[in-house]
Design a protein around this ligand. Structure first.
Ligand code: MN
Ligand code: MN
Length: 455
């Protein structure tokens, strides 16, 4: 028979060879630096603005008119970024939008966090996002975030990243005494209220309080008093840095791949698309991991306000702009893992090393709560990928009825914007140390660039 009519998935290595692998390795160096510098959404926004400013992008203020050739960004509260370039074609043709998120599962401090018990000072915490609690104990942790004092001063905190810094720690039970804990279901082995972060052990000389001693150290270093914790946003993240994984260095292990592994490619693709005639937008969203709620999440109407302002600058209906816009909801997809084959359906799973992943639908049960991308749009994307030599594959969240989840896709599609999920196949999603392949990151960068420029 004519074998050309059959589809079979192949790896990027088989299809593109050594040259592309080398290009992917070079690209991965920049990505690893981004990972280490941007462990929180605030840090990701800050680093991204530095990259944009170096390329001549200017800050946009709501109400400002935009013009063809403008390269702008809107900084939403330091936690969410809208980057856009105004193309020469009519804005009535819509905007090419790529939306990823820069928040990641982590452990936040509670509002009144500092306490002492049995000679040790601790922070009380509340986990953020889909965390498997047992993975966060007995491992080095760093503290990141901001404290805003009553007089409006912002104090940046980052402890545990420099090799000379101390790190923080959450305890686990020793195997010798864990007979009862071992019998618990995995989800109950470590409970939310056990994620208490160890801060110190040396008491004050006079009152013998470890808590007070630690508070004094914090005050001396940052000028922060205990009440300032109420207006702080401090979180605990893994202290580990991004590293090559494997004898062949083909993979990258890191905290926060979900979703920097799409945020970084969407930003670099936009920076490399200056010649595009289309109006382009790159959104780095916050709060995706907790449902995209809040004023920095994709359920906020800010995206509409910005599209309205762009449309108004050219006297075009914003509804028309949205109707003709296209969006890649750029987020990770579970990569097939033979260690846990029972949750995957092999024929429709994304495989690590097989290129960028298009996911038509996510959701749960009978496709509940998902954007289900239209085949007309997918066909257009296939043409864009083919013209630009992008290696891609289809993916899904997992076996039918095994679980479920979602992305920002449905929050963008609801504004009458054609949307599909695109991203990188990832192993151990939401773990403190996640795994991706360098060639997949690079193919995703190529895929987004193709989307931004395809005519
Ligand atoms: Mn994600
Ligand atoms: Mn996630």
């Amino acid at each position: 028979m004519n074998k050309d009519i059959l589809y079979s998935k192949k790896t990027v290595y088989e299809q593109l060879g050594k040259e592309t692998t080398e290009a992917a390795f070079a690209y991965a160096e920049g990505y690893k630096s981004f990972l280490d510098a941007a462990k929180t959404e605030r840090e990701a926004v800050k680093v991204s603005i530095e990259m944009l400013a170096a390329k001549g992008f200017k800050e946009y203020t709501l109400g400002d008119k935009v013009a063809v050739g403008d390269k702008l960004y809107y900084n939403n509260r330091g936690k969410n970024l809208f980057v856009f370039t105004i193309g020469s074609e009519s804005i009535a043709n819509g905007i090419r939008i790529v939306a990823s998120h820069v928040d990641a599962p982590r452990i936040d401090l509670k509002q009144c966090p500092l306490y002492e018990d049995a000679g040790m000072a601790y922070f009380k915490t509340h986990y953020y996002g889909g965390v498997r609690k047992y993975q966060w104990v007995a491992t080095p942790l760093a503290l990141h975030g901001v404290v805003i004092t009553k007089d409006g001063k912002t104090i940046d905190v980052c402890i545990g990243e420099d090799d000379s810094d101390p790190v923080f720690y959450i305890s686990d039970l020793l195997p010798h005494l864990s007979a009862d804990q071992n019998k618990l279901p995995l989800a109950d082995g470590i409970k939310g209220e056990q994620l208490n972060v160890i801060l110190g052990n040396i008491p004050e000389e006079d009152e013998k309080s470890v808590k007070n001693a630690v508070m004094t150290l914090i005050y001396d270093k940052y000028g922060v008093v205990e009440e300032d914790f109420f207006s702080s946003e401090l979180c605990v993240v893994p202290a580990a840095k991004a590293r090559d994984v494997g004898f062949d260095r083909s993979l990258i292990g890191s905290y926060g791949h979900d979703d920097r592994v799409c945020a970084y490619p969407s930003l670099t693709a936009l920076l490399e698309s200056e010649d595009s005639t289309h109006t382009l937008m790159c959104i780095l969203a916050d709060k995706e991991e907790i449902g995209s709620d809040g004023a920095s999440g994709m359920q906020c109407d800010l995206m509409l306000d910005i599209i309205d302002a762009i449309a108004a600058s050219f006297g075009v209906s914003p509804a028309l702009v949205r109707a003709n816009s296209k969006c890649l909801s750029a987020d990770v997809c579970p990569g097939y893992d033979p260690n846990f084959a029972e949750v995957f359906e092999k024929r429709n799973s994304a495989f690590v090393g097989c290129g960028a992943v298009f996911t038509k639908y996510t959701g749960a049960r009978g496709k509940s709560s998902t954007n289900d991308a239209n085949p007309e749009f997918i066909a257009w994307l296939r043409a864009a990928m083919a013209e630009n030599g992008v290696i891609w594959q289809a993916g899904e969240l997992g076996k039918v009825d095994v679980g479920g989840g979602g992305t920002v896709a449905k929050f963008i599609a609801k504004h009458n914007i054609e949307t599909i999920d695109l991203g990188v196949a990832i192993i151990a999603m939401h773990a403190p140390y996640e795994l991706v392949a360098k060639v997949d990151v690079y193919e995703t960068h190529k895929a987004i660039k193709a989307f931004y420029n395809f005519d």
